[in-house]
Design a protein around this ligand. Structure first.
Ligand code: UDP
Length: 496
């Protein structure tokens, strides 16, 4: 007898991870399987509206949560996502809490009806390998990175090319499909010991790598046409099933879904759209540096001054963390908001990013190059001004600059370690911001060429998720594969 498919999805507690998982849940449910997202209460609250809307439209989708052990590990109450982790000490505790999620997750799985037939779990929750063994269901790993990044990671790992250079000495990635020049100071923590607690990271990476090798397959938020050589290479390197099913953000058709994606927006949806409607098509630069990366207040001020200097309309998102107050204060005391009145819209807090990027008035995206944002910029068909800050972002910048050729860098040169932003000060000057904006939005053949390529990539992205497109096909293949696995499964009573 054919099984009823039931996917259980469990994301890491960070917007760049749980936002695409929620999109993926909707996408899978649109194809028939029952989908349950399991998460923690504060994250569930941010998605309740979206999930309720999807369920009310008939999608077999639900959201369950269990308590995040913040207080047990000494985290402040409410510190449940990486956005609120503001020191090395809190980060250590956060990792401990992540490790404690296995038991409550398994208790919930045991009670689920219908019984889960497979699970998609974030790569950063390696204990899920054991859970999958206990429940005897296939575990698919969700990796939030691009294939380009994964191949960079692999190449650095096997070649150790970065070991024989100084921090600022440029090197070329060996045996790589494109010529990619990097420096050690641009690399993520594991390869760049100056940037984080590398020993601890190494241990954690090793656990992830074991859990990855045991996974049934990997699902990625990318599409084959965007980086097909890298998809092919990474399939060879991993020797595992890989399904590229993105861009996942494109599953949000409804404007409320776009506006509330990830959190309630800090600006009224209608007011935001009205402001955009008043601008010329392709004239606005949208500047947002993601959900967890940090720049010090003086550097943020310099970014604002760069936007002012560009003399173009802009939307500037200033995340509402504890440092933002200093920037808000400067905005008022300096008279900045008054000077840019009419052409500068400041969002203090959470922006409805996909709603904004999808508007025809937006002509470029100043981004920190988190993978979701990068892909959302690709979908919007706009060129990018790149300002990587930490983690994998400098590598994503290389993809945009050197492979897709749709971006111009502001010239950030080194990873700013998480929690160390105040030590760095102002490294990117306002003129550099203005110049990079001009190179993607201004006149001249090179800028026009970038805009044209960006438009073409945007069209390609949309075709990938349409019926018959590569990602649409990959979703069907994933579901078919899980159906075959479910039909071969031993009875669910044996799963415990
Ligand atoms: N995002 C948003 N509004 C904001 C900030 C971020 O909607 O004000 C979303 C953005 O659209 C993306 C995600 O949060 O989907 C951030 O993920 P990304 O990988 O770009 O960067 P991270 O925040 O993980 O560094």
């Amino acid at each position: 007898m054919a099984h009823q498919l039931h996917f259980v999805l469990f994301p890491l507690m960070s917007p760049g991870h749980f936002i695409p998982i929620v999109d993926m849940a909707k996408l899978l449910a649109q194809h028939g399987p029952t989908v349950t997202i399991i998460t923690t209460p504060l994250i569930a609250a941010r998605f309740r509206h979206t999930i309720d809307r999807a369920a009310a439209s008939g999608l077999p989708l639900r959201l369950l949560d269990f308590t995040f052990p913040s207080t047990e590990v000494g985290l402040p109450n409410g510190c449940e996502t990486l956005e609120t982790v503001t020191s090395q000490d809190l980060l250590k505790k956060f990792y401990v809490a992540l490790h404690m999620l296995q038991q409550p997750f398994e208790q919930l799985l045991e009670r689920l009806e219908p019984k889960p037939t497979c699970m998609i779990v974030d790569k950063y929750l390696p204990w899920a390998a054991e859970t999958a063994r206990k429940f005897r269901i296939p575990r698919i790993l969700f990796d939030v990175m691009s294939c380009f990044y994964l191949l960079c990671f692999h190449t650095l790992h096997v070649s150790e090319v970065h070991e024989s250079v100084t921090a600022s000495e440029p090197f070329v990635l060996p045996n790589f499909p494109d010529t990619i020049v990097l420096t050690k100071s641009q690399l993520p923590g594991l390869f760049n010991p100056g940037s984080l607690d590398a020993v601890r990271l190494k241990e954690f990476r090793e656990r992830i790598s074991v859990s990855e090798s045991e996974a049934y397959g990997i699902v990625l938020n990318t599409f084959e046409e965007l980086e097909h050589r890298y998809v092919d290479e990474i399939r060879k390197v991993k020797g595992q099933k890989i399904w590229c099913i993105g861009p996942l953000s494109l599953c949000n058709k409804d404007s409320s879904d776009k506006a509330q994606r990830g959190d309630m927006a800090s600006i009224d949806e209608i007011e935001c759209l009205k402001w955009l409607d008043e601008q010329e098509p392709g004239s606005v630069i949208y500047a947002c540096l993601g959900s967890i990366s940090r720049l010090c207040p003086p550097q943020l001020v310099e970014l604002g001054l760069g936007l002012e200097l560009s003399k173009r309309p802009f939307i500037w998102v200033i995340r509402g963390d504890e440092k933002a107050e200093e920037v808000y204060k400067w905005i008022e005391e300096d008279g900045f908001e008054e000077r840019v009145k009419g052409r500068g819209l400041i969002i203090r807090g959470w922006a409805p990013q996909v709603l904004i990027l999808d508007h025809p008035a937006v002509g470029a995206f100043l981004t920190h190059c988190g993978w979701n944002s990068t892909l959302e910029g690709v979908c919007a068909g706009v060129p990018m001004v790149t300002w990587p800050i930490c983690a994998e972002q400098f590598i994503n910048e290389k993809l945009v600059e050197a492979v897709l050729e749709t971006g111009v860098s502001v010239g950030a040169e080194a990873v700013v370690s998480l929690f160390d932003e105040d030590k760095r000060g102002v490294v990117v000057k306002r003129e550099a911001v203005r110049n990079a904006v001009e190179k993607v939005m201004g006149g001249g053949e090179a800028a026009e060429e970038k805009r044209k390529r960006a438009r073409e990539l945007g069209e390609m992205a949309k075709r990938a998720v349409e019926d018959g497109g590569s990602s649409s096909l990959n979703v069907k293949l994933l579901i078919q594969d899980m159906m075959e696995q479910a039909n071969n499964m031993t009875p669910t009573e044996d799963h415990k």
